[in-house]
Ligand binder design. Structure first.
Ligand code: FAD
Length: 386
């Protein structure tokens, strides 16, 4: 594996860096510098900016609106994006349902849905988990009965990120209860404005509203919104989850968090920072480098057309553990300043004041996208044959 960038890649990096400098707005930089959550308006504005430039659906084939970049270029772009203080894009459209639609969808579905995703015009959310179906996703119970020209959907989804923002939800639904669990699942695209859908908020420990419960009562969904064939939902779900796990690792954003941690360290008076804190940051930097190398393996494999399998679970485990450690170290470094919550005026550094929110929210990172215990089961199966 060659770790040097070519001259063309360095030119590409400079071009992306210059664009980010011009185009990432101050309000976005300030939100990410505090490690806070973007508003719907900020997120959509940023995604539309990227969509207009043709830089939103980075992994997509060019025929559907992808920029035609190599995996190395995508890696460079993501790092420049994060270091410029821009937020990651919402994964549900570009990283999840988009690839599903161009891989499994009909021509009509591609034409109907892909342009809205590639331009950042349509917001999506993911309707997989249910109250009794998280890790054991195949036991999901939301039913879709086939009627004349539509499916009738009844049931409940939970932990649905951004359902209160979304125009569309992609759902795993049960279309057949008489066959083996996995074989009776199908994949439906549902308009969030359809009568019978109710979205109820779930407020998380960081004080924000990211999550929701979504209830379906006699919701009519046109038959043409089924992706693939009936019973194919499990195959599609597995395809999508591999995509989800590599993006959740968030390596580029951990570089940004590390940079903020170092800024904070340098801003504090020397005598106030114990040697232990410096040592801790050095240890985390080594972990980040190790994660980066695993990431490079997936980048190199993708560029060379080689498949990768267990790496996505490994990246998810180590990437989310590192996110947690970085946020914890920021809280510890802030000391008393990290106890400030909802102050109108920052006390000391703004990023310390906000750090407990991020710390608290990131406790969930080892749960969402398939919990880390489940990823360890996947690794044991793939690598050890257990
Ligand atoms: C912040 C956040 C955002 C989310 N966003 C979405 C979303 O947008 N859409 C969506 O569909 N879902 C979403 N989820 C749901 C997420 O995918 C589930 O929480 C996750 O899959 C775990 O399922 P569960 O919560 O039902 O926990 P459970 O499956 O009940 O697990 C409970 C505990 O038992 C462990 N466990 C379970 N089975 C095993 C096993 N076989 N071996 C070892 N340990 C096991 C788990 O690791 C966990 O620690 C989100 C969750 C969070 C926290």
């Amino acid at each position: 594996m060659n770790l040097e960038f070519t001259d063309e890649e360095i030119a590409f990096r400079n071009m992306v860096r210059a664009w980010m400098k011009e185009n990432v707005s101050d309000d976005l930089r300030s939100v990410t510098a505090r490690g806070d959550m973007t508003s719907k308006d900020q997120q959509q504005r940023w995604e539309k900016q990227l969509g207009d430039k043709g830089w939103l659906a980075l992994t997509w084939p060019e025929q559907y609106g992808g920029p035609g970049w190599t995996a190395t270029q995508r890696y460079i772009f993501d790092l420049e994006r994060a270091m410029a203080g821009a937020p990651p894009t919402s994964p549900f459209g570009v990283s999840m349902v988009g690839p599903v639609i161009y891989t499994f969808g009909s021509e009509a579905q591609k034409q109907r849905w892909l342009p809205g995703i590639v331009k950042g015009d349509t917001l999506w959310c993911q309707g997989y988990s249910e109250p009794n179906a998280g890790s054991d996703l195949a036991s999901l119970k939301t039913r879709a009965e086939r009627k004349d020209d539509h499916y009738l959907v009844n049931g409940q989804k939970i932990w649905t990120t951004q359902a209160h923002w979304a125009d569309m939800i992609f759902c795993l639904v049960r279309t057949d209860s008489t066959v083996k669990q996995q074989q009776g699942i199908s994949f439906l695209l549902i308009d969030m404005k359809t009568p019978g859908i109710e979205v109820r908020p779930i407020y998380t420990i960081d004080g924000h509203h990211h999550l929701n419960e979504v209830y379906f009562s006699d919701v009519q969904v046109p038959l043409e919104n089924l992706v693939g064939t009936e019973g194919m939902g499990w195959t599609i779900a597995k395809f999508l989850l591999t995509h989800e796990r590599t993006t959740i690792a968030g390596v580029a954003d951990s570089h940004h968090a590390m940079a903020r941690l170092k800024e904070a360290l340098h801003a504090a008076p020397r005598f106030a920072v114990p040697a232990q804190a410096r040592r801790r940051i050095a240890e985390l930097e080594i972990e980040l480098m190790a994660l980066e190398y695993t990431n490079f393996r997936t980048v190199a494999a993708t560029d060379e057309g080689r498949p990768f399998g267990p790496e996505s679970s490994g990246l998810k485990i180590k990437g989310t553990e590192l996110q947690q450690k970085l946020s914890q170290t920021m809280v510890e470094l802030g000391g008393l300043m990290s106890l400030v919550w909802d102050s109108e005026e920052p006390v000391g550094s703004d990023q310390f004041n906000n750090s407990p929110r991020r710390y608290n929210f990131l406790r969930a990172s080892t749960i969402y996208g398939g919990s880390n215990e489940i990823q360890k089961n996947v690794l044991a199966k793939m690598l050890l044959g257990l």
